[in-house]
Write a new protein. Structure first.
Length: 155
């Protein structure tokens, strides 16, 4: 075998290896995205017209963030006046209750949006997730001023 022939064989082998590696990375990415979408699609956020009418908000999502130390509750404003119970009075902050272990979260980060709530605006509250009480995959109840939205999935 000549040195130019063995050099070409090495290049072909190197190219084939790079192609296989790229394909494996792409396939892994596709599988990960499908898994993430499957989790989200099997657990939609419940909607309660009763809760929405009483509170003026629609809960959109609950996420564990900040290395597990924070739960973010995202919501949309439906009625500005009624929604002020979420934003205005810290003693009436929505309570989050884990369905799996019964633990509750009500301590939020020291932040209020401090401006006029816009209809259809999207806002969030950040809760201290003490001792990892709420985990990804859990379902929580969101208790707001005596009304409860049950079964909100946590991602």
């Amino acid at each position: 075998m000549t040195s130019s022939h063995s050099g070409r064989m090495r290049l072909v082998a190197l190219g084939a290896g790079a192609t296989l590696l790229t394909g494996a990375i792409f396939a892994g990415s596709v599988i990960a995205n499908q898994s993430a979408n499957a989790v989200g699609s099997t657990s939609p956020v419940p909607v309660s017209r009763t809760v929405e009418a009483a509170t003026g908000i629609r809960v959109l999502a609950a996420h564990v963030v900040g290395a597990g130390g924070i739960v973010e509750l995202t919501y949309q404003i439906l009625d500005q006046e009624k929604a002020s119970i979420v934003e205005g009075d810290v003693t009436r902050t929505p309570l989050l209750r884990s369905q799996s272990n019964g633990h509750t979260l009500q301590d939020t980060a020291a932040m209020r949006h401090g401006h006029t709530l816009r209809p259809a605006g999207t806002y969030f509250l950040l809760y201290y997730n003490k001792d990892g009480a709420v985990r990804v995959g859990d379902k929580i109840d969101v208790v707001i001023n005596g009304t409860t939205l049950s079964g909100v999935p946590v991602t």
